[in-house]
Design a binder for this molecule. Sequence first.
Ligand code: CP
Ligand code: NVA
Length: 297
Amino acid sequence: MTTPLEISLAGRDFLRSSDLVPAEAEAILDRAVELRLAPKQPLLPGATLGLYFAKHSTRTRVSFSAGMAQLSGAAIHLAPEELQLSRGESLPDTARALSGYLDALAVRVHSHEELEQWAHWASIPVINALTAEEHPCQALADALTMRDRLGSLEGVHVAWVGDGSNVCTSLARLGLLLGYEVVAACPPGYEPAVDVHLVRDPREAVRSADVIVTDTWVSMGQEAEHDRRIRDLDAYRLDAALLAHASPEAFVMHCLPAHPGEEITADVLYGDRSAIWDEAENRLHVQKALLALLLGV
Ligand code: CP
Ligand code: NVA
């Protein structure tokens, strides 16, 4: 296996989709395809990835752990409540010490500013494993899933329906690099924190879409707003009636976890227009590619 062309991300952090330039984003996707074809290669023998997760996770944590094992490295789970950090040791001191043991650190925290603190104080690459603002590893998997199905991302129309979440922001920012355009259909107050083409009517967004994407209506940290969010977003459910306004070739993505009956119906989630399960698997392949490039192999 070779590093694609002259692209290297060695020593860099990956906090936002926009930390990449187009050739780097393309290189991650290309490398992910290579690793998907030959998953178990000793590219990172002895390397260690710390997983500092202050929020729940199934896909991100397990795909990073499995990915390191497949590359002959190891992942070390860092439960916040088990670290001296939870007894008052500072984040800078924790990051300094961890940098002496680990080759990279994946961080899932609520505040993006906290993630930036980890990146500032750690001398090893820090990867955003989700903040309230961005989920760039998810965006890479989504881009790969779309490229797999459509052949190219140039000029692809993506309709985002529902809450303009962290996932929406990262997906739209990556589109600026890779050539797809995101049109977001969101109710007032739920717009993404990124400059996208915005519409209010989800039918208008899906009409010309190649891909239709949604996310939970209640992200981690928003539990107290549950009832209001469910009420406000009710007209934005991704169901068969909405899909009927899209081209018959259009397919559906969702980062998961899904809440069938809320943002997506079960028939769409499990139906033949769902790319959601390939999308979930692609988390593994893009993150392995990202790790290989950040660690300089
Ligand atoms: N999509 C995603 O990040 O899933 P987890 O929260 O399970 O990691
Ligand atoms: N927007 C969701 C994504 C979960 C993977 C959240 O932040 O909880």
